[in-house]
Write a protein that binds this ligand. Structure first.
Ligand code: SF4
Ligand code: FES
Length: 245
């Protein structure tokens, strides 16, 4: 049984939490959406994307890594914070090579859905046009680093859930890149399988299952049916139900 011990406030609403929960955990569990890209229920937080930054007692903190504490007064859904989130999303678009209309992930992509959620109408910043390596070596899984936003989700999923440690992030700043932990650095040389969470968790079209392209038609995809807000809340409820089984 879950024991609620205290509360905090987000945008004026009282939110209960249990010891050990982060602000993000408490918010999503109570049906309060805080925008996020690198948070995933059940995986340890990393605080990579900064989409979830909120003001807690007038201090800017990442909701996904900051513990919930009694009496916190949090502001999240404000025009100022949403403008910052939009600028971060625009930066993520220009850092990679995102070709939404022809990407297999379109309609299932969290970055694209976040852009819609935040009312992003253009890239604003100049494109980087980075050259990034594609790894098509695996018979069933494609890794296209062009679209990688370095959220670290595949790294954590492979290490903490699949117990395979297939991925890592190397380098810093604009040199940061996703690497594959295998003798030749290729996916084919790893034990990754399409049933692994790491093969399915990518929020963008950087890790794709081969030979499944457009099996789900445009118009019937995740974010054609539900907003990223609704989907984010549903992911949390689904994880809670799994934990209770
Ligand atoms: Fe995140 Fe996908 Fe890049 Fe992995 S490949 S770090 S899941 S964007
Ligand atoms: Fe908190 Fe990405 S969700 S930093």
């Amino acid at each position: 049984m879950t024991t609620v011990t205290d509360t905090l406030h987000i945008d004026g609403e009282e939110i209960p939490f249990t010891p050990g929960q982060t602000i993000m955990d408490a918010a999503l569990m109570a049906g309060q959406y805080i925008p996020h890209l690198c948070h995933y229920p059940g995986l340890p937080p990393r605080g990579n994307c900064r989409l979830c930054v909120v003001e807690a007692n007038n201090r800017s903190v990442a909701a996904c890594t900051t513990p919930a504490t009694p009496g916190l007064q949090i502001r999240s859904d404000t025009p100022e914070l949403n403008e910052i989130r939009k600028a971060i999303t625009q930066m993520l678009f220009v850092e990679g090579n995102h070709i939404c209309p022809s990407c297999e992930k379109t309609g299932n992509c969290k970055l694209q859905a976040m852009a819609y959620h935040l009312g992003m109408l253009d890239d604003h910043f100049p494109q980087f046009y980075q050259r990034r390596e594609i790894d098509a070596s695996h018979p069933e899984i494609l890794l296209d680093r062009s679209r990688c936003i370095l959220c670290d989700l595949c790294v954590r999923a492979s290490r903490d859930i699949d117990q395979k440690n297939v991925f890592a992030i190397a380098g810093r700043g604009t040199d940061a890149r996703l690497i594959v932990n295998s003798p030749n650095g290729k996916l084919a040389d790893t034990p990754i399988a399409i049933t692994d969470l790491a093969a399915r968790i990518c929020p963008v079209g950087a890790i794709l299952i081969k030979e499944q392209g457009y099996q789900v038609p445009i118009g019937q995809r995740i974010y054609d049916q539900n907003t990223i807000r609704e989907t984010g809340l549903m992911e949390t409820i689904a994880k809670k139900s799994d934990d209770e089984v």
